[in-house]
Write a protein of this length. Sequence first.
Length: 227
Amino acid sequence: MNKYKIKFHSLISIILIGCILFIGSFTAISLNNTAEPTLSKQGSRGEEVKSIQTKLKENGLYNGTIDGIFGIQTQKAVKEFQKKNNLNPDGIAGPQTLSKLNISTTNTNTTDIEVNLLARIISAESRGEEYIGQVAVGAVVLNRVESPLFPDTLAGVIYQPGAFTAITDGQFNEPTSQQSIRAAQDSINGQDPTGGALYYYNPDKTNDKWIRTRPVITRIGKHLFAG
């Protein structure tokens, strides 16, 4: 084979590799966009924001225009609503806040992928706990999504380095029980037996001194839930 044919085939190989990498990157981006929920917060616009403003006005917490623009006044009203409903008052309308407002989460990008993702972390972190304890673990994960202290997507919270031991010890990859799937759905629908906790731990197993400094809100099963 002469040098021109070699160069031609090399060029074709480079083009093919480039196409494969581009398609792989595009697929990964598409999957990420599907898996991560969009939260209504300051700067958001659209029909969901209009629904939020309408519900807040019905509750006597919002006196502004129903314009679909999530501004400071809307954020303030959301915070007041969250306080009244024992949610983390961060001014972000995530799944739990929307549920309490009786706004369907069907159109908020809460997908089957996310339900299964939440169910997997619930199953891994609270295997053996009673049902309410599993719902509580799911609620903590969702409380973190709504908190400015943590990533604002479900995947971001679950895969945050060092956040959950089940990710590092492999339990996250174990089969998911049907009970944990129901617990995930109930927590997404707004059930929070923890009263707004951002942390939980088993006091009989952890040696983490910092987590023990967090104010305990309640105990459910073997877990203490803290703010």
